[in-house]
Design a protein around this ligand. Structure first.
Ligand code: AMP
Length: 282
């Protein structure tokens, strides 16, 4: 039976029991409105740990857009049922006061990592992510924590934060789970109109085609090709498409780049913003 806890005191008590018995604790932080992408993290966590803790918390400090925060889908009962079915042991559902009894004024410096792409278009977003994840790590103190590659830049930020703050948490990145038409699963997909939902698979279709065009186009030309192909659908508007170093996330100039290359994209579908990414060079 899954245990639903809302307070830090209760969660620590639950986890203390496992810790004292030498059990490994795995952690999956989420904002709820769960889908198969989240469940894949839970399954991996279960396979690698004795106890699986999932948090559901729509973190206000990472929303740079008030309407996005207000409209973010919330369905706690359904989420708990899904987690129970997936075999999670504990779900932590704190309210805002529990996580932020006082405003969190910490400012993190991630250098270039949070200046590019999402960092550029969503100012303050990654600072909020670092605030909440560090608080959750302090509370849960897991052995391992699971994050999706769907949020590629977020994973890089979390790894940097773990190094910076000296957490003894092993951070594990998990593959992107997609709908059958290729669209990356996201809680925000629920907010798409029928028409925008129909257009959205063009994003990943284009990224996949672009991967095969490396021989034909320079980096610059390929960026322009991806943007114009997606923008040719009147329901979609590319905010950015970058080909970036897989570790530093700085833009790359050529295919001869000495490290992995990741292609990251953000696209507006009506007033819903979707992100996706894929590797262009391992
Ligand atoms: P969120 O609830 O959107 O904050 O996501 C919680 C975790 O699930 C993050 O680590 C995400 O990267 C991960 N995640 C979200 N969507 C997917 C997906 N389609 N495939 C894999 N992981 C995902």
């Amino acid at each position: 039976m899954i245990k639903v806890v809302a307070t830090i005191v209760e969660l620590k008590e639950e986890l203390g029991y496992y810790r004292n018995n030498g059990k490994s604790i795995g952690f999956v932080p989420t904002m709820g409105a769960l889908h198969q992408g989240h469940i894949s993290l839970v399954e991996r966590c279960r396979a690698e740990n004795d106890v699986t803790v999932v948090s559901i918390f729509v973190n206000p400090t990472q929303f740079n857009d008030k309407n996005d925060l207000k409209n973010y889908p919330r369905m706690p009962e359904k989420d708990v049922a899904l987690l129970e079915q997936a075999g999670a042991n504990i779900v932590f559902v704190p309210d805002e006061k529990e996580i932020y009894p006082e405003p969190d004024t910490r400012v993190f410096d991630f250098g270039m990592l949070d200046k590019v792409m999402e960092g550029k278009f969503r100012p303050g977003h990654f600072n909020g992510v670092a605030q909440v994840v560090s608080k959750l790590f302090d509370i849960v103190n897991p052995h391992r924590a699971y994050f999706g590659l769907k949020d590629y830049q977020q994973l890089a930020i979390i790894r940097a934060m773990v190094k910076m703050l000296g957490y003894g948490v092993e951070v594990i990145g998990c593959p992107i789970v997609r709908e059958t038409d290729g669209l990356a699963m996201s809680s925000r997909n629920l907010l798409l109109s029928a028409e925008h939902r129909k257009s959205a698979p063009l994003i990943y279709r284009t990224l996949s085609e672009a991967r095969n065009k490396k021989g034909e186009f320079s980096v610059k030309e390929l960026i322009a090709w991806v943007e114009s192909r997606i923008n040719s659908d009147p329901n979609l508007r590319v905010e950015y498409f970058e080909l970036a170093d897989a570790d530093t996330l700085e833009p790359v100039e050529s295919w001869e780049h000495q490290n992995g290359i990741v292609g990251c994209i953000a696209v507006w579908a009506g007033n819903i913003r979707l992100i996706d990414n894929t590797m262009f060079k391992e």
